[in-house]
Design a binder for this molecule. Structure first.
Ligand code: ISL
Length: 549
């Protein structure tokens, strides 16, 4: 069957709808804007797009707070606009993946409003995680869980008669109440949501917080496994956190796998599970569960040869063990853009933290872009599926200079002059050097201001310039397809210095010079170079692809 299991080697491009292209002129990107720009993505050489949430939402967490899973938020357009987008994408040979947010909904969702109105002991309340507080008058939260977005994970409600009521759980923002996944009613709603979008022709789902959903029986206090801070603890020891990675969550995904299997055409489920180590993250991928999981271990790996080699080996081993290819990802809407991370030294702003990356430090933009391009050229040579985040093909840096008052991310805070928050990687895309809002919006509006320095990253100035980041991505994607790199395998090459990552994938030799000294260019036709070569050598922070003779 042509295209069978297409996702195994696919390059999937993440669109962040509010920042991609604005057709309506209100300064917020929309579905019609995306549809108009799809040919540009086709030319780039990607296989699929994944759209971050565009569903009805009060936008407290940029759409990850859904108030209607089966409708389009008016700021993004209508269901008819979605249908037009899907048709145009399919016409161009691009698959369409949508974002599913099952851990929580918006507190504006009618289900939560009904739960508030229905009162204690009602079936409506049982759809969410309501618990009586501790203390003499229930004035203390039910346990010590902290929200990923900061503060307590519980909010107390007031009953209709004015008396203080129970508390509800929100692992994220207080406007994002967690569902009670022990309730079959919740299962049924999500089956229906899946079918709604599958009937509408989507090719798959990216599943938000796929390690969440189920909570440990009895909701025990969290045992602090590292210093206070919740998030780092949760990543380093996810199975010790009673709201992450509970075994029962796999039953949910087995159920969804069955729903997808009712449909033709290889629909896919991809888990956003921030779980380490890789062998544990791979637990989300099973012949009867998810098809893929994001490889966040790779995203968090410093620019060091030894670490890169081992994460590549471990990724391939972990996912091969469960019968799936690895995925590769360097950037998304939650982390500091990778060009800026690499410009902050070997590691940069801790991307493994997911939420709340530090973006106040001034990265070295030149070094960051050079390393970012080298890292991308390495990533795209690897077998498996690669995820790109809009704007990385332009080499966009993190926008650290945003004023506090324009920032919208609920995770934003400033302390001792340092900024934490995710707005810096969400600034609207520069399409044209000279256009209003750099071509993002015909009205010139832009929900986050674009810095002047975006002019030199605009797509139109890069188009056709072989030295540009855009043309590097385009060339890499074309060669990746031509040489079947997505379905190949990694063979490490001997005879290179320790600080050089040297591998062979099928007919292509890949040299990533992570070290300080130039590496002589091996014999063979030069297919791709992430930066200029000097005197027949591969300089530091540069990756080349060579045709094996
Ligand atoms: O759980 C974490 C660490 O163990 C977090 O990194 C978490 O997985 C991540 O923050 C989830 O992000 C997703 O859900 C959030 C939303 O704000 C993000 O934009 C989204 O990608 C809440 O829906």
């Amino acid at each position: 069957e042509p295209g069978a299991e297409w996702w195994r080697s696919a390059v999937i491009y993440q669109i962040y709808p509010r920042s991609f292209a604005d057709a309506s002129g209100d300064g917020i990107g929309d579905l019609a804007g995306i549809t108009g720009r799809l040919p540009a993505l086709r030319e780039l050489g990607i296989d699929a797009v994944w759209l971050s949430p565009f569903f009805r939402s009060p936008q407290r967490d940029a759409g990850y707070d859904v108030s209607d899973y089966c409708d389009v938020d008016p700021i993004f357009g209508s269901l008819a606009d979605f249908d037009a987008l899907r048709d145009r994408a399919h016409e161009l040979g691009l698959r369409v993946i949508v974002d599913l947010v099952p851990n929580h909904c918006s507190s504006d969702h009618p289900w939560f409003q009904e739960a508030l109105a229905a009162g204690p002991g009602s079936p409506e309340r049982d759809r969410f995680m309501f618990r009586e507080g501790k203390g003499e008058h229930g004035e203390l939260p039910p346990n010590n869980w902290q929200s990923i977005f900061g503060g307590n994970a519980w909010t107390r409600i007031t009953e209709a008669d004015g008396t203080p009521g129970p508390w509800y759980l929100h692992i994220f923002d207080t406007s994002q109440p967690d569902f009670n996944w022990k309730n079959p009613w919740v299962w049924e709603q999500f089956r229906q949501i899946l079918r709604f979008w599958l009937d509408r022709g989507v090719d798959g789902f990216r599943v938000d917080v796929a390690h969440g959903l189920m909570k440990k029986e009895g909701l025990p206090d969290i045992v602090q496994v590292a210093e206070a801070g919740g998030l780092a603890d949760a990543i380093s020891a996810p199975d010790e956190v009673p709201y992450w990675a509970q075994p029962e969550v796999h039953e949910v995904y087995r159920d969804w796998h069955q729903v997808l299997a009712e449909y033709e055409g290889d629909r896919v489920l991809c888990a956003e599970a921030w779980v380490e180590p890789l062998a544990k993250a791979a637990l989300w991928v099973r012949p009867d569960e998810m098809h893929q999981a994001f490889n966040f271990s790779y995203l968090g790996t410093p620019w060091e040869a030894e670490r890169l080699r081992s994460v590549i080996d471990e990724s391939i081993a972990a996912f091969t063990a469960v019968g799936a290819p690895s995925t590769w990802v360097l950037s998304n809407h939650d982390v500091v853009r990778h060009t800026s991370r690499y410009g902050l030294g070997t590691y940069g702003a801790a991307p493994a933290s997911g939420i709340g990356p530090k973006s106040a430090d001034k990265p070295d933009d030149v070094l960051g872009l050079q390393r970012g391009r080298a890292a991308t050229a390495l990533m795209l040579s690897l077998p498996g599926s690669a995820y790109l985040y809009q704007g990385e093909e332009l080499g966009l840096p993190e926008v650290i200079e945003l004023d506090d008052h324009v920032r919208e991310d609920p995770t934003f805070y400033r302390t001792n002059g340092e900024v934490y928050g995710r707005d810096g990687c969400r600034v609207p895309i520069p399409w044209e050097t000279a256009g209003p809002a750099f071509g993002f919006s015909a009205s010139g509006e832009s929900w986050l201001p674009q810095p002047d320095r975006f002019a030199r990253f605009a797509r139109d100035v890069q188009q056709g310039d072989p030295a540009s980041t855009l043309e590097l991505y385009r060339a890499a994607l074309a060669l990746r397809a031509e040489h079947g790199l997505g379905t190949g395998s990694v063979q490490w090459l001997e005879g290179f210095a320790d600080d050089v990552v040297a591998l062979r994938n099928g007919t292509v030799i890949v040299i990533a010079n992570v070290g300080a000294h130039p590496v002589p260019l091996p014999a063979g036709e030069l297919l791709l170079a992430s930066g200029p070569l000097t005197d027949g050598a591969v300089p530091s922070d540069t990756t080349v692809w060579i045709a094996a003779s």
